[in-house]
Design a protein around this ligand. Structure first.
Ligand code: URA
Length: 432
């Protein structure tokens, strides 16, 4: 019989749960036999005391096996994916997945929606007219077989333990725990039945995990979990002290992703797509070295093969691919307002969270789960961090529909400074 009180007592006193206790607790919680008040007490104890390495492996494996685990035995290609902890303007997954598929691997990508200051890949994809992200298991597999990519959302049968625990952590202020974050992310990614995974852990004011050291610990913890389950993995620790690319906001980011798929677009976006895609090719065994992988991804972007894969994915997922050729088919905001520099100086971003909140104020972000989004609104950043601006130069252009403009401008004004000197930090800080 489930003895939840003694399970709680072990963790309350900083002890290690046995494998059997972990399995009993998670099975009972998913089945509805363990009430939320017991579960939140256990999560709080984990939050305070952490978890031993092997304890976390069992916890993550049990979460992963709480629902359907995908397998694609007849695919004939290795499966790889990437996960990013997200940030402002992070649209890397959108050009990356078709570029990797164009080089011979399959990418079964389950993504999430935006919440708070960061956007979500699913919401961005839905800026493509007709694009469906809620796919059944059969539709997901068919799309993967036909195109090499499937871009879907979590379904109720995938990792139900995380679905319940994440919602509970959200309302009880228990998100910011490294073992709980690592097990939540990795249980969902590893339920995709992957051969290899690339992780992009961001640092900086726009990142989920602002402090560099905590980001590094999260990256190492997730890598250990992947390796313990026989999945090859690499983590990159990358810069979110400034926006990625030149745009943030759903439709704008889709357009920028299209540019990248045509061998154009901002250099930092292309750099991360080539780096992370190249590493996916190396881990997936179709490139001998990272340099070879990078070069192959760059070629797929330049020769149209990645774009062709994405065209097929749009068709397969019910969207209108003609928007790749005719950008006017994407919903556009009706108004433009420019925020200009009040003095000359070097552009230094100080608070990217405020940039994300400015997009929310315009209606382009979710303050709470279930909020409807205005996919057309967003921000354009014509100048890069470290550029010298003269007084009157545009720092941010707001694309909006009239809603929340004053609030957005107020937030943006405090998000940057014009200083005498500023040296931007590198795009990629470390590789683990
Ligand atoms: N993203 C997740 O999927 N889980 C977490 O716990 C935090 C971020």
């Amino acid at each position: 019989m489930l003895d939840i009180r003694s399970i709680l007592a072990v963790k309350r006193d900083g002890g290690r749960l046995s494998d059997a206790q972990i399995r009993e607790f998670l099975a009972g919680y998913v089945a509805g036999d363990v009430p939320d008040y017991f579960a939140s007490a256990l999560l709080m104890a984990i939050f305070v005391h952490g978890m031993a390495e092997d304890e976390l492996v069992t916890w993550t494996q049990t979460m992963l096996n709480s629902g359907r685990v995908m397998r694609f035995p007849s695919l004939g290609r290795r499966t790889v994916d990437k996960h990013s902890t997200g940030g402002i303007g992070d649209k890397v997954s959108i050009p990356l997945a078709p570029a990797v598929a164009a080089c011979g691997l399959a990418v079964p990508m389950i993504s999430g929606r935006g919440l708070g200051h960061t956007g979500g890949t699913l919401d961005k994809l839905e800026a493509i007219p007709g694009f469906r992200t809620q796919l059944s298991a059969e539709e997901f597999e068919r799309c993967l077989e036909r195109t090499g990519v499937a871009l879907g959302g979590q379904t109720p049968d995938l990792v139900p333990a995380d679905r319940k625990l994440y919602a509970l952590r959200d309302v009880t202020g228990l998100i910011e725990s490294i073992p709980l974050i690592a097990s939540s992310i990795m249980s969902k990614k590893l339920a995709e039945g992957l051969d290899a995974l690339v992780l992009d852990v961001k640092f900086g004011s726009g990142a989920f995990m602002v402090a560099e050291e905590r980001g590094a610990t999260l990256a190492r913890t997730m890598l250990k979990l992947a390796h313990s389950m026989g999945v090859k993995a690499t983590a990159f620790h990358t810069n979110m002290e400034r926006p990625l690319g030149r745009t943030a906001g759903h439709t704008l980011e889709i357009e920028e992703s299209f540019d990248c798929l045509e061998g154009r677009g901002p250099a930092d976006l292309r750099e991360l797509v080539c780096l992370q895609g190249g590493e996916m090719l190396r881990l997936g065994g179709v490139a001998a070295t990272l340099d070879e992988g990078r070069a192959r991804i760059a070629r797929a972007l330049d020769n149209g093969s990645a774009r062709e894969v994405f065209w097929n994915v749009i068709v397969e997922q019910g969207g209108d691919p003609s928007c790749l050729d005719e950008r006017g088919r994407l919903a556009k905001a009706t108004q433009r307002t420019e925020l200009r520099a009040e003095r000359g100086g070097v552009l230094a971003w100080r608070d990217l969270r405020a940039v994300g909140h400015a997009i929310c104020a315009l209606g382009g972000g979710r303050v709470k789960l279930g909020d409807q989004l205005d996919l057309a609104v967003g921000l354009v950043f014509p100048r890069s961090e470290g550029d010298h601006l003269a007084a009157g130069d545009v720092v941010v252009e707001l694309r909006h529909n009239g809603r929340g403009l004053d609030e957005a401008l107020k937030l943006l004004r405090r998000s940057f400074e014009l200083v005498d000197a500023h040296t931007p930090r590198p795009l990629v800080l470390a590789t683990y």
